[in-house]
Write a protein that binds this ligand. Structure first.
Ligand code: SF4
Length: 327
């Protein structure tokens, strides 16, 4: 297995108390595979990714338990210097906001070329040629002419392609893309997603796609892990999950996606707000918002029940949910 996250716990100590951001997350992704990690903001999806990458703000953040195994090595046990070497070369990240992730005073060519001079010991001329190749590979039109342009001279979609080129430059085993298309319009979103999927296959990488939008990952992910209040509440192959979710939260997310076959019908919205991570509701954290909640839900934390070999649901009543009895 390329990456295994096991029983990860992360908390943030603030003046107001301790926020339990990640509460026992397990997931795994292999080479050639795409895992989508889905959840609302505050669900712990990005914090988990930051812990994997070793870029968590500490303090206030603190990993309080668990392991992150990359090719069998526990990243949490490595020295900062070793982790830094792994980042970029073996593990890379694509961020949501390319404009703030890129250096505004350096040309994109210089930023790409630097990766090759620093990590691969190439000459400046070779590195620049590789930068143009990569820009071409992520389909920046007229790459050879645009290699000397600055980030602000590119559109949002093109900047995101440059971020992808930077992540890809050293051919890492795993890329984590955190909401890579959120700031883009719908057509450009689809193009960037398709490009990521194509490169993932071509380079046989593992890809973790973090998103709050079920709609954008349907065609590119193999498996989905749905997070709520710092836990995985459902995991499933993507087609199974779309066909019949086994958790009321996932069902709510699916029902809130606009669909052509439901034109004219009001869109469903999950009632209430995500929980305060300093005061997570007892029992099932989703119970204050769940249309199926019963007494047991308020008292007992549901474990991740095995639905079948490939699926799990942290709902006491997953069978009813799977059958569509969600009332
Ligand atoms: Fe809803 Fe209960 Fe299932 Fe939680 S355990 S999702 S409250 S039915």
């Amino acid at each position: 297995m390329l990456l295994e996250v096991r029983d990860l716990h992360v908390e943030f100590r603030t003046r107001d108390g301790v926020a339990h951001a990640v509460n026992g997350v397990d997931y795994a992704v292999d080479r050639g595979e795409t895992l989508a990690v889905l959840g609302e903001s505050g669900s712990g999806k990005s914090v988990t990714a930051q812990a994997v990458m070793g870029i968590l703000d500490t303090p206030p953040g603190r990993i309080t338990g668990g392991r992150v195994l990359f090719r069998g090595r526990d990243l949490l046990a490595l020295k900062e210097e070793e982790r830094r070497r792994l980042r970029g070369a073996d593990l890379a990240m694509v961020f949501q906001d390319a404009l703030s992730a890129l250096n505004p005073v350096l040309t994109v060519g210089a930023q790409l070329a630097e990766l090759f001079t620093v990590h691969r010991g190439m000459s400046r001329k070779e590195a620049r040629a590789r930068a143009v190749e990569l820009m071409d590979r992520v389909r920046i039109p007229a790459a050879a002419q645009r290699v000397g342009d600055y980030p602000h001279q590119f559109s949002g979609g093109m900047r995101q392609r440059i971020m992808i080129a930077m992540a890809l430059a050293l051919e890492p085993g795993l890329i984590i893309a955190d909401e890579p298309t959120t700031a883009l319009d719908v057509t450009v979103q689809a193009q960037v997603m398709d490009l990521l999927a194509e490169l993932q296959r071509e380079y046989d990488m593992g890809l973790i796609l973090i998103t709050h939008d079920l709609g954008v990952v349907a065609d590119v992910a193999d498996r989905i892990a749905v997070m709520y209040a710092g836990r995985i509440v459902e995991r499933a192959p993507v087609h199974d999950l779309y066909k019949a979710p086994a958790h009321p939260y996932t069902r709510g997310l699916l029902d809130s996606i606009p669909r052509l076959d439901r034109k004219g019908r009001e869109l469903y919205a999950i009632k209430g707000l995500p929980p305060n991570l300093m005061d997570i509701p007892p029992g099932c954290a989703f119970h204050p918002r769940c249309p199926m909640a019963r007494d047991v839900c308020r008292a007992q934390v549901p474990p991740l029940y095995e639905v079948d070999e490939e699926r799990g649901s942290a709902c006491h009543f997953w069978r009813e949910c799977l059958d569509g009895r969600t009332g």
